[in-house]
Design a binder for this molecule. Sequence first.
Ligand SMILES: [Zn+2]
Length: 54
Amino acid sequence: MAFWQARDFLFCGVCGTLLDFNSHRYASCPLCGFKRKAKDIEGKETRYAVTAEE
Ligand SMILES: [Zn+2]
């Protein structure tokens, strides 16, 4: 399982700060305001989990 890839979705794509999950719809960067859709993160994590089981 590629931990570095899954972990990458939890960090800001602009400054690398750990994203803050203060909303169930978005993860936002407390430093620069970058936002990532929580739905995108969940989808990718699910795919990695399935791959790991197989
Ligand atoms: Zn940031």
